[in-house]
Design a protein around this ligand. Structure first.
Ligand SMILES: [Zn+2]
Length: 319
């Protein structure tokens, strides 16, 4: 595998992939029937060559292909081969609903094996891939999507902001079926958002529950405005802002004079309020005490792409 000494990104050439596939499918028709899917995957994975520029600069599209190939290879290989979907003589065999059902059961088993701490690590690693420009952008194959029809197994649930700059699956480099997402302006708890998260915890058995605020949150800024100004907004919006305002502890925030520090402190204060709200749910706290669930707050910095996790005191059993 070609990597730079400095640990820079892998270089994968889209042209090389195209050439490799041409060799497979166009130039050697006589062997086409003999090629198994895993041979194609192996070739795709190996098609890594130095960039003409001399450096090891990743081609995002090709890197995505490589990452997806690895994901498919790792997650599907066992079930695919066991079900006879790949035949070394006949090539790709397609898949049946029974194959999909088996794959769904494998997904469930994989989900059961994950600990809450491992899920949190998965999110942190995904965010590191994102902010370092090495996101894998996992996209499930047709087989994986088919298998997901029967049941979902998201390992985490997140309460995030509706802000267009904070798409959580992108920020954590997660794929279809990985995260149960609730997004609302100001990432706050109300009847609907609380109910959605309760469903994720009690019926989907997610292992990490995240509340994520973010840099430059317009909802939190607006909640800091004078009441008279807030009340000029449409009624429901004004009510939502007043609810956020009640949790901001504005007397304390008055001591923060730097604008960016104020922004961060206000957002983090709101995240703490929402986490505290979740932790007033006795059933959620029982899961935390039983080390079945981690509840954690975090702050997403738009400018860097980095997510800072905090409030680790609520991690399984440590409260
Ligand atoms: Zn926001």
């Amino acid at each position: 595998m070609a990597v730079s000494g400095g640990g820079a990104a892998l270089c994968v050439s889209g042209a090389a992939l195209g050439a490799a596939l041409s060799t497979l499918f166009l130039g050697r028709e006589d062997r086409r029937q003999e090629l198994a899917t895993k041979d194609v995957l192996e070739l795709l994975v190996r098609s890594e060559v130095p960039c003409p520029s001399g450096g090891w600069v990743a081609s995002r599209a090709a890197a995505r292909s490589r990452a997806e190939v690895r994901r498919v290879e790792a997650e599907n290989a066992a079930s695919v081969e066991a079900s006879g979907m790949v035949n070394m003589v006949g090539g790709w065999q397609g898949f049946s609903m029974e194959d999909s059902r088996k794959r769904n059961m494998q997904m469930q088993e994989s989900f059961k094996e994950l600990s809450p701490a491992e899920v949190l690590v998965k999110l942190q690693r995904g965010n590191a891939r994102f902010w370092t420009g090495c996101a894998s952008r996992p996209e499930a194959s047709a087989f994986e999507r088919r298998a997901m029809i029967m049941q979902q197994f998201p390992s985490s649930a997140i309460l995030g902001c509706s802000d267009s700059r904070v798409p959580v699956e992108v920020v954590f480099d997660q794929g279809l079926g990985d995260m149960f997402v609730v997004r609302v302006a100001g990432n706050s708890l109300d009847t609907t958002t609380t109910a959605s998260l309760q469903y994720a915890v009690h019926h989907l058995s997610v292992k990490v529950l995240v509340v994520m605020g973010h840099e430059g949150c317009g909802a939190i800024k607006a909640a800091g405005l004078p009441i008279a100004q807030i009340e000029q907004e449409p009624q429901e919006l004004a009510n939502a802002l007043k609810m956020l305002k009640r949790g901001l502890d504005e007397q304390r925030l008055k001591n923060v004079h730097d604008a960016r520090a104020y922004d961060r402190e206000a957002v983090i204060t709101n995240v703490r309020r929402q986490v505290e709200g979740l932790c007033r749910d006795a059933a959620i706290m029982k899961k935390v005490q039983n080390e079945e669930l981690i509840v954690v707050g975090c702050f997403y910095e738009i400018s860097s792409g980095i997510v800072d996790f905090f409030m680790t005191g609520l991690i399984s059993g440590e409260k």
